[in-house]
Design a protein around this ligand. Sequence first.
Ligand SMILES: [Zn+2]
Length: 156
Amino acid sequence: MLRVVPPARPRKLAKVPFVELADGRLQGVVSSGSDVERVYVSSVTAGSHAVNCSTNNNRPCGGLRGSLLCKHLHALADEALLQYGVYQVARYLRVDVGDGVDSGAELFARMEARHEPTPAAVVFSRFLRHLAYLEVPASTAPVPELHWFPATAGVR
Ligand SMILES: [Zn+2]
């Protein structure tokens, strides 16, 4: 029934429930370490290596204030390497990894990352569609998780 591509290596789904290479970005959803109700949307743009992290309500991640890279971005990159393998991630983001890297931290060390806000709602709605695809039997009924989204979310 499920046609999801299995990850190259097992992933920690509870920590990073969603990771994808799409829209010219490595992007995904990362659970808050402290608050189960909260998730962060983290992204790295291919080529420019602009990074962003915010809550699903578009509040900037506090972890970005002190340093450029918060723990969510590190977790996202770690999980992307597990999901897609080093070379696919590096090729997509256009990072020269030489002989390869073993962690998100090493991957970021090869980029000149800079902060640039990107709307979280687009990524988050993709995550919800992904959840719906995984868990909801085929149906034309509306997906309740999407109801709280304003119709204009993501349009900028
Ligand atoms: Zn963060």
